[in-house]
Structure formats: C-alpha cells, structure tokens
Design a protein. Structure first.
Lengths: 913, 181
C-alpha cells in the first residue's frame, strides 16, 4: 500500500479503534465516493456496519468484496474480523484459501487460512495448507500443524481406512526424517507418539518413550506418563508397570493413579493367548522381548500388602493412600476369591475410620467398601458405628460424628422396615446435633460455611425420605424450614440452597426458585451444567402469558454461553496452535462440540419457545421470528450427538444406598434426547403449519411409547399434536405446494392460490375427526380436578394447567391459517366450522382452568398459613425453631405460590382471548 | 488419596462443587483455556476415586530475566476435601515444573492478608512474604483492609542460588494493585 493510501485510511482505523462507528462510516463513504471499488475501504465499512449490528448490510457488502477475491493482508484481516462474528466461517476458508494459492510464500495468509480451516474442521484442506506452509516457510511449527490436522483427519470416522493409513504413514515418515527431533518439546513429542499410535506402531512408540529423552519428558509430564502407561499395557508389560509403580510408591508417591497401577498389575488376569497377563479384550497379542513374566498372583498380593502395611505404619494419619490401598486390595481379592490373610474388610474399615474419622472425606472414602459388606458383616459394622457416642463439642468430634451418621444412614435398612416416622425421628436427631454444633461456628461471618451445615443437610434429606414414603406434606414443609434456617446461618452453603430450589419447585413457589438460583451466582460454563435446576420443565412455572418474563430472561441468560463458546473456544484452539500445545487441541475441539451440541442447550431452546408462544399472540406473528425458530428446531434434530453435560452430582446424595435425593425431588422423569426430539418435531410441524408448509403425517405418540422421559400430561400433548394433524389433513396444503417457501409470518394457502381442499369433507366428518382434539382438553380438566381432590403437589397442578395451555397454543398454531375464511373457504364450510367449534371448546375449558387456579391461589392466604405452621410445629416444639421464623418461611412460600397461580390464571385468560 | 492429573478442558463441566464455594470465582471459558493453551503443565486437578473433582490449580510462567518465575494464579480445594494435603500436592508439582521445565527463579502466589491459615500453610512450604499489594481483592467480603490487600509470597527455586526472592521485611513493602500484573 502506498503512503498516500495509508494516510487516507488512517482516520478510519482510528475511528474503529475508538469504536466511533459513525465517524468510521463517514470516512469510508467519503473515500468510496471517489473510488467505489476500493476493497479495503469496503471491508472496513463492512466491519463498522457489523460492529454497529447492521449485520444484513455488513453481510451484503462482504459478498461484494468476496467476489473480487482480495488477497492483500489488510483487506483479508478486515474481512476476517467481519465475517467471523457473522458466523461465515466457510467464507473465511475460501477467502484465505484463494489468497494463499495466489501468494504461497506469504506465511501470515497461510497461517490464517490454516486456522480458518480448523474452525470449520476442514482437516483435509488444513493439512494441505500446513504442509505447504512447512515446505515454503521452513518453520518446524508448521510440520506439527500439518501433523495435528493429519491425526484429526485420521480420527474422523468418515475418513476411509486406506486413506487413514496413507495419511499417517506419510506423517510418520516426515517425523522420522525431520531435522529437529520431536523430543525438543513435550507437546511435539506427544503428537509424534499420537501419529505412531494411529498407525498401531506400538513398538516404535515404546522405543521413543523408553529412550532417555522420553523418560525425562515423562517425568515432568503427567499427560505423557499416562500415555507411557497405556503403551506398556498394550504390550502386556504388567510386570514392568508393577515394578515401576511399586518403586514410585516406595519413594513417597501418593498419587492414587500410581496405587491403581500397582493394584491393576497385581490383580491382572493371565491371558490365555500367550501365558502373559493381558486386558480382557485381548487387544495385545505380541509379547515383546523386553517384557518380563509376572510372579504368581499370591506373590504379587503379598508384595503389595507388605508395601502398603509398611507405609501405613510410617505415614500415620498424614496420608490416606496406603490405608485405602489395603482396603482396595481386600476388595479386589474378594472379587477374585483370593485370600489375603489380612484382617477382614470390616476390621480394616474400622481401623480406617478410627484413623481418619476427623477428615470430611472419610464417609466418601469408605463408601465403596461399606457397600459390599454382606448381612453378617453389616451387622458387625453397624454395631461398631453405633458404639460411638455422638459428640459435637469440638470441630474434630463434629467431623467424626458427621462421618459416623452418614455411614450409618448409608447402609440403613430401606426395604420394608423403614417408616416415615423413623425417617422423621432420624431427622430430628440430626437437627439436635445441628443445633448443638452451631456454637462451633458462632464467630464465623455469614459468608463462611458453618461446620454444622451437613447435619441440616442430613435432616432435610431424612425429611424428604419420610415424604417420599407416604407423601405427607408436613415432611416436605419441615424440610423447607430446615434448609431456610440453615441458610440463614450459612448463606453460601450452596448444597442447601440447591436442594431448597428443588423443594420450592415441587411446592410451586417459582419466584423463590429463581431468587435462590440467582443467589448461587451461576456463571459462564456453569449455565450449561447447572441451569437444569430451574429451567428443566420451566414452562410449568412460566407466567409469561401474563407478562412476567423472568423465566424467559433466564433462558436467554443461560444461553449466552453457547455463543461465547463458539467465539472463545475457537479463539483458544487457535492459541493452542500458536503456542504449539498439541496435547490440548483434541480436548479443546471436543469441549467446543460438547457445548455446541449440548442437550441442555436444546432443552432450554424448547422451553424458551414454549414460553414465547404463550407470551405472544399469533396476530403478533412477526414477533415470533418463525423462520429462525424453524431453523433452530431443525438444528436440534440434525445433531449427530446430543451430549448431556448437566451436573447432577452437585447435590450430594445422603440417602441410604438405593435411594436418590434427586429422583425424590425431580419434577417428573428426566428429559433427555428423546424428549428434545419429539418436542422439536412437534413445534417444527406446528410452525411449518402456521407457514402453511405441508407436513408428512407422522405419529409421535407411537415413537415415545417405550420412552420413560415423558410425564402423563406430556404424552397427552404429544398425542394432541398427532390428532391435530390427522384432523386437519384433509384441508392442509398438499405435498405439491410445499415449494412455497417459509415466509416471515403466516400466509394462508388460499391467498397463495393453492388449493386448500383436496376433498370436501362434510360437517359431520370434520367434527368427528376433531373429537380427539377436544377430548384432550376434557381429559386434562378431569385430571386437574382429580389431582386437586387428591391433594397433589402444586407443581403437578401447574404442570397440567401449563400443558393444557400448551395444547391450546398448538391448536392455535395449526388452525390459525384456517381461522379466517378467505378465498374459496366460505363461512359455512364444515371444516371451518369444526375449527371454530374446537377453538371455542378449548377456550371454554381453559377458562375453567383459569378459574380453578384463581380459586387455588386464594388457598394461599391466612388459613393455609396456619396450616403450614401447624404442620411445622414439631420443629418449634422439638428443635427450638422460633414460631416467628416458621411463620415467615410459610408466608414467603405461600405468597410466591399465590403469585404463581394467579399469574398462570391471568396468562391463560390473556392467551386464550 | 486422590488422583493428581492434568487439568483438561472438559473439567469445566465438573468443577461446580469446587467453584460454588464463596471464595472461588468462575471465569469465562477463555480464562481457563488460555492457561491450558499455553501452560498445560502448570494446570492440574485432584480427583477422588469416584471421579468427583476435589480441587485444582492453574499456574503460569512469566517475567523476564531474574524475575522469570512460576505464578500460581488459582489454587482451590472443595470444602469437603480440605485438610487432606491436596493443595500441598499440587503446589509441589507446580514448583517441580517451574524448577525443572521452566528453570524459573522462584514461584509466587497471592494470598488475602486476612487468610492467616493459607499464609501459615505456604510458610510451612517455604514461602515468605515478598510484598503487600494494596487493594488487590477490591472490596473484599467486608473484612477491612486485610480482606482487600494481598500478600505476594515467594519461594526460591534451585536457580535462585543467591535467594534474591526472599526478604525479611516483605510485609512492610507496599505496592499498589495497579502496578501488579
């Protein structure tokens, strides 16, 4: 670029730098007046437009420039910066690919082309560019960029086997003849080994890793050390691994990985193929010469046992690994039916408990061993636990008591003889310990965790346990009070808060759920793993239809991470290439895809759509962004995988073995891929119907017959969707008309000149077909009455009401194009009349729902508050809760529920008008 | 007893039990991945045998000349797994890598002046206060000046033969947070 041009562009760059977009655009327009086809100015203008969120204009301008196939670095950079946020990655690939072809010696353009190709996973072109870069620029980095893309292409299931081999062989040859050996950098070495492993060349890989340099690298890289161990196992070098692990443990390595290596090689079963020990899948067949024979299993067990016992003596309470090593040894010996001559598992567990009972992790450490105790052992173990007198006078005694109580609870009898009364009694015993232990944390600030928290957690779980046995509301309400009380003392105890959210959902106190959820301060990637806490079946609690969009907003906030992932992770993949951290790249790529295709993302998307459609009336159809929704739903259905990243372990389960606190408190069965798919399809066809696009009849009810992911009401709404289609099939657009493109908003087929009526059904036929549709509303109404009578939980009532409303929305969507007669469709037409009748029936039934919810909302006044206080009275009488506190909790809960019920009632009326 | 292994990107899906603790921040994806993309050998997790994450450390190597050092950006252990020596195990590894791989002069970390337990722990591991950073933690959690300021604690490595990263009057050397990266 000549200096004059540079001077002319300077003000544009300066304006962009300070984000003065208006000024940038003015400068661009001024220059373009004189020289309309100046690419760099056009590209900078596009960038300014994009930053000003004028994406359509920016995109159109980019198209113009792309046609010219620019190749100067400044234009490329400006276009790259514009196209990236527009999501036009393929265009960036083409742009840089073409430019690099024209300037094969330009390193910057080549590198950008390569990185753009990585973004769209175009491994084939990336490896070609990488290789070309290496050959022209002669920088080793590009050899490894090429190798990285080769391993990725080879790992792609779509690459044919023969091609895979060729690619990796060529890569291995380049590595073998490279001037600079791979061991100069750990990550290059790692990639070298990956190439060899791709070729199954275990021998060369082992030679490399066992070399002096290789051993050196392994010593300071846990990642490489892991690869080394896997390689050793591949050739059945169990004896080598056993000795190595033994040596490391003797030298004071307490990493459990090393202990596991010793335990695995101690118990490995001999492989019949070669007399050597080997993995069960018989993967390894050859026995290299440097592999030693394993001693007999009894010898190996005895050696491990001696080593662990010796260490147990020497390390005392400082390290748990040797003690747990002994327990694990005993557990495995039991599986293998080998006698070790050690004390029994119960005795060893007792020793462990005595030694480490003051560590908060003791319960979790012992769980796998306590789990396998038989009846006789269990009796002995329980007797031992019961012999400890609970003591919470010191922090150490508190930890011990907590561990003992958790262990006792874990293996308590659950079948048959556990009654709600026993669970409740247990809860009050925990509460007594909780109150006695509270003084230990009296000087702590509210932001610090109270040492006694877990007793309250145990108490609430025991109360929930009692409730799950006989469904008496008192237990659930008491659990709420206990959690609220403990949170007052320890406001950052997230486990208590998250469990409380689950209870408030069951009890229909939706605004409190959101308040507590927001108090946990969930951020960035946690939205993907934790938003299920409030967004799972969120439509149940949405009062969107009455104008309260808090759940809709939560959906949007939670979804921001998916856009962030696309830019941030992509950026970091580029960085990993630049810093040559090849070991990270497969992980980053995987991470990016796990979030991109996340099941939770799709679950949120569907909840958002369900709520939006109750919020917006269809005469506001433009507000709905139908084409975008159709595109998104299509995306849901096109995913090759739908990984479930939700973190369900975040609420620790302190129930007895076989019981699960989450299952006890979840709203219906857990929704997964099948749920997402069916709801995506339902809305897809309904929205397409709205746009008058023909839908192939398909029964979704049949497809979910065996799925366990749906509630009864959800199954009913799925069936409704099927029935709607069947009812309106005679008047829906015929397949020939599907050519008409989906437009923004609804277009009546008749207005388009298409034929609505293939046949002319009579009024009777149309009404008969609509019967099942009207039946849905009657059934749900009957179900609601049944549940109200049975004293069901508020969430169950809200669920039925929200599903009934969803049913109306589906009817509305599908019948909307036929609502107003036009064209050939005459007022007196039987199908139009049946539409009118069905809509009228749905509206009338929904009105009854609204009236019932309004009536129920009145039940949240003073009388129920007194009832709440009575049900929680045991807490006041036995656990020293202040009546005032219980009153406040009850009031808050009932107010929140009242708001919820009223909101839904109002919303139904508004939406069905 | 725990598995000490490299921090992986997918651990971000599983660190909630650690990060919901009031003293541990959750940052953007770029924050974690920027460490992994540059210093993967300075990032580790401790994992329980049942697969639950117990704690993690994120570190980096930075500085020029004799200031080249390993820095512990974040080290955290879930309350459930404290007092097991996990932090010590992770620190030891960071020191080993800083010494043997990066040949750094020292390792340093910042600790809230108020956090006496942590300060004592690091002192027992060979760290000493190098300086006090004023206002490093912003407004803190309502615990006054000691809650807002940080101690920069340093431990010399084998390359620091003259022990230049140790001084006795570190607590009285004050610097503003603006002058610290």
């Amino acid at each position: 670029m000549d200096p004059l041009e540079e001077r002319q562009l300077k003000p544009i760059y300066a304006a962009l730098e300070t984000n003065s977009l208006k000024s940038a655009l003015q400068h661009c327009n001024k220059l373009l007046k004189k020289r309309p086809n100046w690419d760099i100015v056009k590209a900078l203008k596009a960038l300014a437009l994009q930053r000003g969120l004028k994406t359509d204009e920016a995109s159109a301008l980019c198209d113009e420039i792309l046609k010219n196939k620019p190749s100067d670095e400044s234009t490329l950079l400006a276009l790259n910066l514009t196209l990236r946020p527009l999501g036009r990655h393929q265009d960036i690939v083409t742009l840089y690919g073409d430019a690099f072809n024209r300037h094969p010696d330009n390193e910057e353009i080549g590198a950008q082309a390569f990185l753009a190709m990585i973004k769209v996973r175009s491994w084939k072109t990336a490896q070609q560019v990488g290789l070309k870069l290496w050959k022209t620029v002669k920088h080793d980095r590009y050899l490894y960029w090429y190798l990285m893309s080769v391993t990725q292409q080879a790992a792609d299931p779509e690459t044919p086997e023969a091609m895979r081999k060729v690619l990796l062989n060529v890569a291995a040859r380049y590595l073998a003849t490279a001037d600079v050996p791979s061991w100069v950098a750990t990550d290059r070495f790692y990639l070298h080994i990956s190439v060899l492993l791709g070729l199954d060349d275990v021998e060369t890989a082992r030679q490399l890793i066992k070399s002096e340099k290789g051993e050196d690298l392994c010593r300071n890289s846990l990642a490489l050390e892991q690869t080394r161990a896997e390689l050793a196992k591949k050739v059945n070098d169990w004896e080598g691994e056993r000795r190595r692990a033994k040596g490391k443990i003797e030298k004071g390595d307490y990493n459990w990985t090393t202990y596991l290596a010793l335990l695995d090689s101690t118990f490995v079963a001999p492989s019949p193929a070669n007399g050597q020990a080997g993995p069960a899948d018989g993967e390894a067949e050859k026995k290299p010469e440097d592999v030693d024979e394993l001693p007999s299993i009894s010898e190996r067990i005895s050696e491990a046992q001696m080593l662990f016992s010796k260490l147990v003596e020497s390390v005392g309470r400082k390290e748990r690994a040797p003690s747990l090593g002994l327990l694990e040894l005993e557990k495995r010996a039991r599986v293998e039916k080998v006698t070790t001559g050690s004390p029994s598992l119960v005795d060893q567990a007792r020793v462990y408990l005595e030694k480490f009972s003051e560590k908060p992790s003791c319960f979790e450490d012992l769980k796998p061993y306590v789990e396998i105790l038989d009846d006789e052992e269990l009796a002995k173990w329980t007797e031992h636990l019961k012999s400890w007198t609970p003591d919470v006078t010191t922090l150490q005694a508190l930890e011990t008591t907590l561990n003992i109580q958790k262990l006792l609870r874990y293996r308590q009898a659950i079948e048959g003889d556990l009654t709600p009364e026993m669970e409740s009694e247990q809860a009050f015993a925990y509460l007594k310990l909780y109150r006695d232990a509270l003084p230990l944390g009296k000087d702590l600030r509210p932001v610090e965790l109270q040492p006694a928290d877990d007793f309250a957690f145990l108490a609430s779980q025991a109360l929930i346990g009692a409730w799950s046995l006989d469904h008496q509301l008192q237990y659930l309400l008491q659990a709420v009070c206990v959690l609220e009380y403990a949170l007052q003392k320890s406001e950052k105890a997230y486990q208590l808060r998250l469990l409380l959210i689950c209870l408030y959902r069951l009890l229909g106190a939706s605004s409190l759920c959101l308040d507590h959820y927001r108090a946990t301060n969930v951020r960035t990637v946690q939205h993907d793993t934790l938003s299920w806490l409030v967004l799972n079946r969120a439509t149940t609690f949405s009062t969107c239809a009455s104008g309260d969009i808090s759940y809709l907003t939560e959906c949007l906030e939670a979804s921001a991470i998916y856009a962030d992932n696309w830019t941030e992770t992509g950026e970091m993949i580029t960085k990993a290439f630049q810093y040559e951290k090849y070991s990270q790249i497969p992980d980053f790529l995987n991470f990016e895809e796990l979030i991109e295709n996340s099941l939770q993302r799709d679950l949120i998307r569907i909840e958002h759509l369900r709520m939006t459609l109750t919020h917006e009336l269809l005469n506001n159809v433009e507000m709905l962004g139908i084409p975008q929704e159709i595109q998104d739903l299509d995306l849901n259905l096109q995913r090759k995988s739908n990984p479930d990243n939700r973190d369900f372990s975040i609420i620790p389960n302190l129930q007895a073995v076989g019981q699960d606190i989450l299952k006890q408190t979840e709203l219906g069965p857990r929704s997964k891929v099948s749920w997402v798919n069916v709801f995506s399809k339902i809305y897809l066809r309904s929205l397409r119907g709205l746009s008058n696009v023909y839908n192939e009849p398909e029964s979704f009810s049949a497809s979910i017959k065996d799925s366990e992911e749906f509630t009864r009401a959800e199954r009913a709404v799925v069936a409704l969707s099927d029935n709607l289609l069947e009812w309106l099939a005679p008047i829906a657009a015929a397949p020939a008309e599907i050519e008409s493109k989906v437009t923004n908003g609804h277009t009546n087929g008749a207005e388009n000149g298409t034929t609505l009526f293939e046949t002319e059904p009579t009024k009777e036929v149309a009404l008969e077909a609509s019967k099942q549709v009207t039946q849905f509303f009657d059934d749900e109404w009957a179900e609601l009455q049944k549940l109200v009578q049975a004293g069901a939980l508020p969430w169950e009532l809200l669920h039925i009401a929200s599903i009934a409303l969803e049913g109306f929305v589906l009817v509305d969507l599908v019948t909307y194009p036929f609502k107003v007669p036009s064209g050939r469709a005459k007022k007196g037409d039987p199908v139009f009349q049946s539409v009118k009748i069905v809509r009228q029936h749905a509206v009338e039934t929904l009105r009854k729902f609204a009236d019932e919810l309004t009536r129920l909302s009145h039940d949240c006044g003073a009388k129920p508050l007194t009832e709440f206080e009575t049900l929680c009275d045991p807490l006041v009488k036995t656990a020293e809760f202040k009546p005032d506190f219980v009153h406040r909790v009850g009031k808050k809960l009932l107010e929140s529920r009242k708001k919820m019920m009223e909101g839904m009632a109002k919303g139904i009326v508004r939406r069905c008008t | 007893m725990s598995v000490l292994r490299p921090f992986r990107a997918t651990d971000l899906f599983r660190f909630n039990n650690i990060n919901l603790d009031p003293w541990t921040e959750t940052y953007s994806i770029s924050f974690y991945l920027s460490y992994l993309s540059r210093w993967p050998d300075m990032c580790y997790v401790q994992e329980a045998p049942n697969g639950r994450l117990m704690g993690y450390v994120l570190g980096k190597a930075e500085g020029v000349g004799q200031e080249f050092h390993g820095h512990v950006t974040a080290i955290t252990v879930s309350p459930q797994y404290r007092r097991l020596g996990l932090a010590r195990g992770m620190m030891h590894l960071i020191e080993q890598i800083s010494d043997e791989v990066y040949h750094a002069f020292f390792v340093d970390l910042f600790v809230r002046c108020k956090n006496q337990i942590a300060k004592t722990l690091y002192q027992s591991m060979g760290y000493s206060v190098w300086r006090r950073i004023i206002g490093y933690y912003g407004t803190g959690m309502g615990g006054g000046k000691d809650d807002e300021d940080a101690f920069d604690m340093r431990k010399p490595l084998s390359r620091d033969t003259a022990r230049r990263s140790v001084r006795t009057n570190g607590e009285s050397v004050h610097v503003s947070a603006h002058n610290v990266t």
